[in-house]
Design a protein around this ligand. Sequence first.
Ligand code: GUN
Length: 291
Amino acid sequence: MILLDGKATSNKIKEEIAIEVQELTKSGIRAPHLAAILVGDNGASLTYVNAKVKACAKAGFESTLVTLPLDISEDGLLNEIEKLNTNPEIDGFIVQLPLPKHIDEQKVLMAVNPDKDVDGFHPTNVGKMALNLPTFLPATPFGILELLERYKVETSGKHVVVIGRSHIVGSPMSILMSQKRAAGNATVTITHSRTKNLKEITLQADIIVAALGIPEFLTADMVKDGVTVIDVGITRIEDKTKKNGFRLAGDVHFESVSKKSNFITPVPGGVGPMTIAMLMKNTLLAAKRRG
Ligand code: GUN
């Protein structure tokens, strides 16, 4: 079993990015600037968004965190987005999801200038991604492709089973891995909560991407020997023995599934750090486009 070490790989990518930033600034171009909007004070979102901002600062990026109250109106949020859209100092920004129920997520994502949409969530960028045109790829699927590529996991002609059809992970993952590209050319099956005989399907998978958000859902009896497993899930589970009161669990029952796997991502330290590294890569790309 080989661990797909997202932490080590993301550190390497961040070093590569930092070198590029140094070269940019040496040639008189200012450093990339990423902004993040966080609505409310959801513990997990706050942790993620802080990690994104911190990672950017470490690589020599400028970063700005815009925190807004949980009860901000939709118009109030759209107004903040417009400020970032028109601020020439900002190369790219993200609106951390999920948003409170009274705010229409689609409306918000469509308000982001596609040229600054480093999450790749705007319909213009989703369309480009689906057509395999150059664009900002959504950071989590992008990170998974990068991890598979760097560990030389063969995907061409392989059967990939994606569990989950979210707009952030499952749907783009299934599109990208079926495309003619690095870590692509796979035969992809996308499954979800209405799928019948899921186990029958996962048992046929060479590669499984588990992105459904149910802790330890994928168990050893559902996978064949030699499988590659990508665990996108990260759920906080109450654990009184831990200092912070919780432990993190993925969508995969790691202990049993890892015994049958050729390659597997850990949680934490797998997909999560890769997501941050790829967000930075997208922000660097936005800055380079600006020139
Ligand atoms: N919430 C969970 N994943 C993501 C992500 O990749 N981007 C944003 N903006 N919010 C998220």
